[in-house]
Design a binder for this molecule. Sequence first.
Ligand code: 6GU
Length: 288
Amino acid sequence: MIFLWMINRQIFRKKYNSSVKISENGLLIPNRLLREANLFHLMMPKNKWEIIANSLLLQKNEIMRIDILTIFPEMFESAFSHSMIKRAQEKGLAKICLHNIRDYSTDKHKSVDDYAFGGGAGMVMMIQPIESLILKLKAERTYDEIIYMTPDAKVWNQREANKLSLAENIIILCGHYKGVDQRVRDHYITREVSIGDYVLTGGELAAAIVVDSVLRLIPGVLSDETSALTDSHQDGLLSPPVYTRPANHNGWKVPEVLLSGNDKKINEWRENQSFEITRRVRPDLLDE
Ligand code: 6GU
């Protein structure tokens, strides 16, 4: 069973580079695969199909726009002014707009939160400033998703990042205090995201993580478009170990096979390592 599955992965890896076509459900199907699509779909473990969606942006010329709604816009400045996210913006592949929710409060003290009905510790973010901001943005363009960052939601993963990388315009609302008034969630939010089973002080760090994981999938953001496709998790497995010079550091040697120049052997070794590491560290991924 496992053997078959590894063969499938090899075939998949060979094929996902072919030219692509958008399927009805918004997923992308490499042209060469169209005829074989049904068979291919059957062969693939259930979550692998979505990886293909990744390349959809190869056909899109639109800039991805992300509006972030927060009471701490400064928290994003450092995260978004380096490396990948900076490059994505400089290359005009993505535009990140930070909005301070407080600027939209009509209250004379510019309040953004209030006591919880029913009592209990902690403040609740009020509807008014968030609503004003969301309505303003929605009047300017159509949004694919309005996401609320909150620990009480489905946990973010690579599959979700792949899917979101296909969106054109998204809003991300960062929660604080005890969270936002439930009516904002009921009436404006289209999707809720947590980054793991622990509680952060606010949604900002979580939002930065979501943005990073999505932007790096946009072709042209990473120098080698295929490199995002070989990431850990992208095929449901963790990555194999990597080495660089020197080949021998005080007796710590690089595995012989990597110096062999034999691509077939090297790929086999990497596949095996990926599989072994996943089995040891994250056996849950193999059950998915
Ligand atoms: Cl999205 N927000 C907060 N405040 N805590 C979290 C989280 C989000 N995801 C995990 N913990």
